[in-house]
Ligand binder design. Structure first.
Ligand code: FAD
Ligand code: SF4
Ligand code: SF4
Length: 494
């Protein structure tokens, strides 16, 4: 239950009433409407449960927020969206009270609006280009595009109005999909729509990729991901879990002996990177992937029922500044840590995490130790973590990424007491498929090489998402899956 819902609802109703006839509103009046805050659990309440933090706009809030849109003819917001959703058109539909039309517009381009409305780094995409934010000189004050997207997508899902898309008559062609993250889900839906038989092979016991095992329940409820997967099943997509392509069966055999005509590899970037410093093998050091998977996929937080334990720690240090680091830090709080310290070698301005996650982490009490980097993890006589030796940094010249590089300050070492260290400094591509499929060429970083049609060096095998891009975003992965599906459908029609 949102702690601020009643107040926000009253304010939205009053705001709408004050606007009167909205059909004749002019731009200066629209830019004066303040962005609607999101109903949410208070920081004190939410760190004691795994429930979702941000709880979504009500109808009045969505209608008022939609009135802020200036309907810019050049659609700069759409330019900022990786899949080019026609944002002014869907926002106008919400402003006019036609939510069904709004979701139909979004679904022309996005297959996962409930997910992207929640987790897209909007302030760096659609909201970054929004004129309203530009006028306010702050992308966070733009039209709240993702919140509106979430509002209509949730409304459709909760009403049961969503129908599986129509599937063309059977073509007799069979397509194998490796993995079930957003890239694969999007690919599978579009290829199935064309009438091809589709089988998804997923290594884990649950589908969804990072949406299921990485991003925590308090940011993305798993029921939403399950609903998307159910939608694929309803279209006739077959899903085989606990099937590791490259171990259970090589990809070449699926395409040869098993009679698949084409394949898509969406195996993601789930290989954790470590710091390569002394002490990383001590008891109490985890990769963020393992830590989050225990909690999200194995439900370790539900101690009475879960068969997977979690590590009880009082003082937790999380290394990194991205979404994965924020998720790990906020999960540690919910698992009972008394103190959670985020250790990052640059400053907050360089953190790659979504602005909302940084804000939420701070509200919840995560301590930010910026311009710091560990040089050694130390343990006791039983090899259990007791602390970290940390060096202070300052910012030097910009590096290849354009961000100022951190430079160590000699003699600035200090010790941080901690009984658990979670390493969240990035992930590399899952190596198994390229390793076991000699015809598929990876680049030096292990990412699968594809051409402009998303086809790998092996004919009729397409790839997309993090396995091609390196660790990226949900919307980019979904967009890649759709582009690869277009190419695959064209090939199968030859
Ligand atoms: P994945 O989602 O990684 O899915 C790959 C799937 O393939 C997995 O299910 C895996 O088990 C399966 N697989 C791998 N190898 C095999 C095999 N050999 N056989 C069968 N199956 C296999 N992005 C955002 O946009 N916003 C966020 O807020 C955000 N937060 C994140 C938080 C965390 C903790 C993490 C880890 C990532 C986050 N990301 C976020 C990134 C985003 O989730 C990924 O970019 C996206 O999920 C990539 O999708 P994908 O389909 O390429 O791969
Ligand atoms: Fe913005 Fe993401 Fe939606 Fe595109 S998909 S409009 S970037 S929230
Ligand atoms: Fe509306 Fe902003 Fe897009 Fe302009 S840029 S159409 S104000 S959402």
């Amino acid at each position: 239950m949102a702690d601020n819902l009643a107040d926000l609802e009253e304010a939205a109703r009053a705001g709408l009433a004050a606007l009167g006839d909205v059909s004749s509103l002019k731009a200066p009046q629209r830019t004066k409407i303040a962005q609607r805050p999101m109903p949410s659990q208070s920081a004190g309440a939410r760190i004691r449960n795994m429930g979702e933090v941000a709880l979504g706009y009500t109808e009045s809030m969505a209608r008022l927020e939609a009135q802020r849109c200036l309907q810019c003819p050049a659609k700069p917001c759409t330019t900022g969206c990786p899949v080019k959703i026609d944002i002014p058109r869907f926002v106008k539909a919400i402003a006019e009270g036609d939510d069904a039309r709004a979701i139909a517009v979004i679904k022309e381009e996005s297959l996962l609006p409930s997910v992207c409305g929640r987790v897209c780094p909007q302030e760096r995409q659609c909201m970054k280009e929004c004129t309203v934010g530009k006028i306010a000189k702050d992308p966070m004050k733009s039209v709240a595009i993702g919140r509106l997207e979430r509002y209509v997508a949730d409304k459709e899902r909760e009403s049961g109005a969503a129908r599986p898309p129509q599937v063309a008559p059977p073509t007799g062609k069979r397509v194998a999909v490796v993995g079930s993250g957003p890239a694969s889900l999007a690919f599978a839906a579009d290829v199935r729509r064309a009438g091809h038989e589709v089988v998804v092979f997923e290594a884990l016991h649950k589908c969804g990729g990072v949406l299921s095992y990485g991003i925590p329940e308090f940011r993305l409820p798993k029921a939403i991901v399950e609903k998307e997967v159910d939608g694929l099943r309803a279209m006739g997509v077959e899903i085989r879990t606990n099937f590791v392509v490259g171990r259970s069966r090589p990809l070449a055999k699926l395409l040869g002996e098993d009679g698949f005509d084409a394949a898509f590899v969406g195996s993601g970037a789930g290989l954790p990177r470590f710091m390569d410093i002394p002490g990383e093998n001590l008891v109490g050091v985890f990769s963020a992937n393992e830590y989050l998977t225990r909690s999200n996929l194995m439900k370790a937080f539900d101690e009475k029922r879960a068969s997977t334990p979690y590590y009880h720690a009082k003082r937790v240090a999380v290394l990194g500044g991205g979404n994965v680091a924020m998720d790990a830090a906020r999960t540690a709080l919910r698992l009972g840590a008394e103190k959670v310290m985020l250790v990052y070698r640059r400053t907050e301005a360089e953190m790659p995490a979504r602005a909302e996650e940084v804000e939420h982490a701070k509200e919840e009490g995560v301590e930010f130790h910026v311009l710091c980097n560990p040089v050694k993890i130390v343990g006791d006589e039983n090899d259990v973590v007791t602390g970290m030796e940390v060096l202070r940094y300052e910012l030097g010249e910009p590096d290849a990424s354009g961000r100022r590089s951190p430079v160590p300050v000699p003699g600035s070492e200090f010790t941080l007491e901690t009984d658990c260290v979670i390493v969240a400094i990035g992930n590399s591509s899952n190596p198994l498929v390229p390793q076991t499929t000699p015809d598929i060429e990876p680049d030096k970083k292990g990412r699968i090489v594809v051409d402009e049609n998303h086809e790998t060096t092996m004919r009729n095998v397409f790839a997309g998402g993090d396995i091609v891009l390196g660790a990226a975003t949900v919307i980019l992965a979904m967009g890649e899956g759709r582009a690869a599906a277009r190419a695959c459908n064209a090939r199968l029609a030859e």
